[in-house]
Design a protein. Structure first.
Length: 354
């Protein structure tokens, strides 16, 4: 493999001149730059990233740590991160923790060893000891000693910039939609018990019920894995009850899609026998049967792109300790046939035309 010294010998210049050319030093004459680049191309020379990072104090690498690559939210978000990073000449390292705090900790320790310039993270759901998991995460992030952006409902550390949505309001909007349709018997498929997202969306659910003078039925509020199979299993439990709800709010779209599948298996009509609403507005929600009503998150790609921009601004900022930023994206209710039947929509339109 060719070295910088081989290139300097072929070009007839010093190794320091080759280094200046490779680092785009503006003081190198155009003729000399071309001479060096001809030698570089002829020898297929690839500069050492390690050597360059020692000189520039940068690795040109950004890490993205996510909890569930099977959730359609995260690939779309990762695409936005990647595009923003590549536009600035940075490479992306992606790690999927599979919602395992132990694996998350191992990845963060590995990243500390290989070196990155910054980190974007959505933390995994902590186990039974939430405080211990949060403390370990904070220690792992401090060990990295790089700028951090959390795509999460709360700052992952006091020093981290944050990209988030108002999760309480999200839960409120979904539940308020069902209440506005006349449902008073509403179930909740709420994901993992220790999830901060679950807690906040449940708070919005309870706030909406309270605003209408309704008392939640704890039998209809079920925890489960916040994936399709978790929604399917929880919906089956609800449907097995002799006194079941008339509508269900699932904490995210993938759980809601699992709930739809369970309703179909039980030969129930959606929304006539039971209405279902989710959160996220993933692509599949528009093509499911029936199409799924949901509270749309901001564009997943845009969240990732914005997170990367915030991180890169922090990396290149003269003052790394400038005030931390929190960017709150808006959500929007999207009404589809899983809560309002096409017949009801037609009737509503006909009434409004009278």
């Amino acid at each position: 493999m060719a070295t910088i010294y081989d290139v300097s010998k072929r070009a007839g210049v010093s190794a320091s001149t080759v280094s200046r050319v490779l680092n785009n030093n503006p003081q190198v004459a155009p003729e000399l730059r071309q001479l060096v680049m001809d030698a570089v191309n002829a020898m297929n020379f690839v500069p050492s990233g390690t050597a360059r990072s020692l000189k520039t104090k940068r690795t040109e690498r950004i890490a993205l740590v996510i909890p569930d690559i099977n959730n359609p939210f995260f690939p779309e978000m990762a695409h936005g991160v990647q595009d923003a990073c590549e536009a600035r000449g940075y490479h992306l390292i992606l790690s999927n923790t599979d919602d395992d705090p132990e694996r998350e900790s191992r990845y963060l320790k590995m990243l500390a060893k290989v070196g990155v310039d910054g980190l974007i993270i959505t933390p995994s759901v902590p186990g039974t000891n939430r405080r211990a998991a949060e403390k370990r995460l904070e220690q792992d992030l401090l060990m990295l000693q790089v700028p951090v952006v959390g795509i999460f409902v709360a700052p992952v550390t006091p020093q981290a910039d944050q990209i988030c949505v108002d999760e309480d309001l999200t839960g409120f909007r979904a539940t308020e939609h069902l209440l506005a349709l006349g449902h008073t018997r509403i179930g909740l498929l709420q994901g993992e018990a220790n999830s901060a997202v679950t807690e906040l969306r449940r708070a919005g659910f309870l706030r909406a019920l309270n605003a209408h003078g309704l008392t939640p039925n704890p039998v209809w509020m079920l925890n489960g894995h916040a994936r399709r199979e978790g929604g399917h299993a929880a919906m089956q439990q609800l449907l097995a009850l002799s006194d079941r709800p008339s509508a269900v709010f699932a904490i995210n779209d993938v759980m809601a899609l699992g709930a739809l599948a369970a309703a179909h298996e039980a030969n129930l009509r959606v929304p006539e026998d039971i209405a279902v609403i989710g959160v996220d507005n993933i692509a599949e929600s528009a093509t499911s049967y029936p199409p799924l009503s949901t509270v749309a998150m901001p564009n997943n790609y845009d969240q990732g792109y914005t997170a990367a921009q915030v991180l890169l601004e922090r990396i290149h900022a003269p003052n790394k300790n400038a005030s931390r930023r929190t960017i709150v994206f808006e959500t929007q209710l999207v009404v589809r046939a899983s809560t309002v039947s096409e017949q009801a929509k037609v009737s509503s339109r006909s009434s409004s035309e009278l």
